[in-house]
Design a protein. Structure first.
Ligand code: XUL
Length: 539
């Protein structure tokens, strides 16, 4: 009997999922919400808001402090830390942590520290970390793209066009705006490799899954790409940790955690990865066929991909999968952030939100919203602002307009992946809402399964720790076997597409495209077409 621990350091919280092997059971789930449990950091849902809405940072010491809070909660609940064989982790992608030369010694000396926060304060050359919601680096994106030889060249080299939130453009901005601090930086980590370093008490490598969210790694060979590094900042290679396979154990756990919480000194620490690559495992996408829609702070749409295929429009991404293959992904910033804003502006709770959704007809009588509360990633919208067509701001139909917009946008912007989806796995907080899943099923004309475990990234990390631990002992378990029993969709949680609405949604998808054309590229006003749609489908 053995326990495997998976941690997920997301935008809003730090979560632990523990699995028990060979019983193949989830032993427990614990979570620490940053805003509520660590209010002294002054974040809003884990993010430090800036007067410039494009700038989004988080304090790295908050994530570190959360680790002590999380393990203390588990200890209070009598969790048997000594039975944990290995720990792997997941973190929000793209965010970067800038360490000074003091960091190495501070990590080593953690066992003597009063707590993690105290032991690791003063090790940063940048006190706050730019995170994936930051969109302040458009100029740097242009510069990098040009230096590498254009969007197509960068995309083929690194798996993605340059994106504001990707780590390379963020590093370039830091180098340009704070050159002294950049020069004083010893190592630049991702949130994932930083948290892994804390657990191990020494610098951790970056895995190809998270490395591919940087615009710095050669997506085919999985090594740092010299052309991309040169285009980004000087001496960057020496500041980046090495890249190591996602299923490698790189250290034993730091004595700090042995002394304080009772972990065994033999506990293996596995290389961490990004939340999306971890979720790929956590929902069992280890072979081609299905796709996942993750309804979290951001919404993501992703699938397993056996071969290299990049988005010619430059909107989507190709990341490394922890299985050694690839995954395709598109990310929407206005996910739960948009749903919460609508809920609050209409004075509803989640039940009221679901009711408003159920009380409005599919197609919403031609009332359409482009829910760009924050700058949007897909499609690229740098000047935020919600656009409404035939929709007043206080109309309860805003609920359906938001949910339909999110579902349709996913459908339109995932066409490059070239898979006609028959089965969608829904995960993340909002996947518990069946009314939302019905919209997804109808818009995508696919069956949608709701997942039991909403913490799919942390579960994926727990499964990765189990896989890596066995591999280290010379007993590599095939991935379908690793995930089996944990990620099988529950047939009673299936939502079917309703054929009577198929044609209606096909029409609405075209109209939604016209709204995007109008809002982004000066296309004709789609209002008359929406009015005709409303007459055709009044209820
Ligand atoms: C993916 C992305 C987000 C973050 C959120 O590219 O930016 O999904 O990983 O945690």
């Amino acid at each position: 009997m053995a326990l495997y621990l998976g941690l997920d350091c997301s935008t809003q919280s730090l979560t632990a999922v523990v699995i028990r092997i060979p019983e193949r059971k989830i032993e427990g789930v614990w979570s620490v919400n940053f805003e509520h449990r660590l209010p002294h950091w002054g974040t809003e849902s884990g993010v430090l808001r800036h007067e410039d809405p494009r700038i989004c940072h988080s304090p790295p010491l908050m994530w570190v402090e959360a680790l002590d809070v999380l393990f203390s909660d588990m200890k209070r609940d009598g969790f048997p830390f000594e039975q944990v064989q290995a720990v792997a982790g997941s973190a929000q992608q793209h965010g970067s942590v800038y360490l000074s030369a003091r960091a190495e010694e501070a990590l080593q000396r953690l066992p003597e520290a009063k707590n993690l926060k105290e032991g690791l304060s003063g090790i940063f050359t940048r006190e706050t970390s730019p995170i994936w919601m930051d969109s302040s680096t458009s100029e740097e994106c242009r510069e990098i793209t040009e230096a590498v030889g254009g969007m197509q060249a960068l995309s083929e080299l690194t798996g993605s066009a340059a994106f504001e939130r990707f780590t390379g453009p963020q590093i370039r901005r830091f180098y340009k705006t704070e050159p002294d601090a950049y020069n004083a930086t010893w190592q630049i980590h991702l949130v994932s490799s930083f948290m892994a370093s804390v657990l191990a008490g020494r610098p951790a490598p970056i895995d190809p899954g998270d490395g591919s969210g940087m615009n710095l790694m050669d997506i085919k060979t999985r090594v740092w790409a010299p052309r991309a590094l040169e285009a980004t900042a000087p001496n960057l290679k020496e500041k980046l940790p090495p890249i190591a396979p996602s299923d490698s154990v790189f250290s034993k756990i730091s004595t700090y955690f042995v002394k304080r919480y009772g972990f065994s000194p033999e506990t293996d620490v596995v290389v961490w990865s990004g939340d999306n690559p971890n979720s790929l495992i956590g929902v069992g996408l280890v072979e081609r066929g299905k796709v996942t829609i993750s309804l979290g702070t951001s919404d993501t749409y992703f699938g397993f991909m056996p071969e290299v295929r990049v988005d010619p429009a430059g909107e989507g991404h190709l990341f490394g999968s922890p299985t050694g293959h690839y995954m395709s992904l598109i990310c929407f910033i206005n996910g739960s952030l948009a749903r919460e804003r609508i809920r609050d502006s209409l004075g509803l709770d989640w039940d009221g939100f679901s009711k408003a959704l159920e009380d409005t007809p599919p197609g919403n009588q031609g009332k359409v919203m482009l829910p760009w509360f924050d700058p949007e990633i897909t499609p690229k919208v740098l000047e935020p602002g919600v656009r409404r067509y035939r929709l007043k701001e206080d109309d309860p139909a805003n609920v359906r307009a938001c949910i339909e917009a999110q579902a349709i946008s996913m459908r339109i912007h995932s066409e490059w992946m070239g898979v006609k989806t028959k089965t969608i796995l829904a995960t993340g907080g909002a996947s518990a809402n069946r009314a939302i899943l019905q919209v997804l099923a109808d818009v995508h004309d696919a069956e949608v399964y709701q997942f039991e475990v909403t913490a799919s990234a942390a579960l994926g990390a727990a499964l990765r720790s189990y896989h890596a631990h066995f591999k280290l002992q010379g007993n590599e378990i095939p991935w379908p076997e690793v995930v089996s029993g944990f990620t099988d969709p529950d047939p009673s949680k299936k939502v079917l597409p309703r054929s009577q609405y198929k044609e209606r949604y096909q029409e609405l998808i075209e109209l939604y495209k016209a709204c995007e054309e109008h809002a982004l590229r000066g296309g004709p006003d789609p209002t008359p077409r929406l009015e005709a749609f409303a007459r055709k489908y009044p209820s």
